[in-house]
Design a protein around this ligand. Structure first.
Ligand SMILES: N[C@@H](CCC(=O)N[C@@H](CS)C(=O)NCC(=O)O)C(=O)O
Length: 248
């Protein structure tokens, strides 16, 4: 994999038009290599810190698909998201953002769907519209119903000093997630993955949320179908490497 290092980051601080001649010049330069060696060019770039749940969805997908990609730290302590050139890529100033050879996208679930459609239509991304829509239900539900409860629990217990925690909000969040995951547990009865025997995009956002739930210092009800599905995910190297990282 090409390590673009500071060369890419300093160039990228210029105003960024993904389809500009500047991008082509940049890629030409990198392909040639500054020292004359042909270093190759990584076409898929991902901005986002490794401890972000939304970046983890994308990195897990990239690893399942076996894609060559470069991840560039951004967000929180890494900054970057408030740079003007980054806002040109992602006006929402959040992570992740990707640039896939000039296709610039943000919103993690959209990126997961795009990469799976491009590289794994019929497998990771169901090809048939109704089945695809079934997968998308679970992706949207993770972003809305699950994160509604999980976010205050995660932020409260992991990113807030003990003496400043709003315990009522944390407990309310815990109850929300318990109810959501009880529903998920029923959905998973008799199935290896959310849509059946095969991992699909439906599993990716919820798998990332499930890791957080099992890693948080909270009480959890026994949900055997959810637990079995989660343990199945932990057998996948792409999940272990990209999702099972310490909560920070
Ligand atoms: N709906 C967006 C949410 C993006 C988002 O809120 N990302 C968080 C990290 S999980 C972020 O950028 N936080 C600010 C930061 O890292 O500086 C998505 O799914 O991509």
């Amino acid at each position: 994999m090409l390590n673009l290092g500071g060369v890419f980051l300093s160039d990228a601080k210029q105003r960024y038009n993904p389809r500009s001649s500047w991008l082509r010049r940049r890629n030409d330069g990198l392909t040639r290599g500054e020292n004359g060696n042909d270093r190759g060019t990584v076409m898929l770039k991902i901005w986002g810190r490794r401890n972000s749940i939304n970046v983890q969805k994308v990195m897990w997908t990239v690893a399942e698909l076996g894609l060559e990609a470069e991840r560039i730290d951004a967000g929180m302590a890494f900054g970057v998201v408030n740079e003007p050139w980054y806002a040109d890529l992602n006006p929402n100033r959040r992570v992740p953002t990707i640039d896939d050879d000039g296709v610039v996208l943000w919103e993690s679930n959209v990126i997961v769907r795009y990469l799976a459609s491009e590289h794994a239509s019929g497998t990771l991304m169901p090809a048939e519209p109704a089945r695809r829509a079934k997968a998308e239900i679970w992706m949207d539900w993770q972003q809305s119903s699950v994160m509604y409860g999980l976010t205050p629990v995660f932020l409260g217990l992991i990113r807030t000093p003990a003496d400043q925690r709003d315990m009522a909000a944390i407990r309310a969040g815990e109850d929300e997630v318990k109810a959501a995951f009880a529903l998920l547990d029923r959905q998973l009865a008799g199935k290896s993955y959310l849509l059946g025997d095969q991992l699909t995009v439906a599993d990716i956002p919820l798998g990332c949320a499930a890791y957080r739930w099992y890693a948080l210092p909270i009480e959890r009800p026994d949900l055997p179908n959810l637990r079995a599905w989660y343990e199945r995910l932990t057998e996948r190297p792409a999940f272990v490497e990209n999702v099972m990282v310490p909560l920070t």
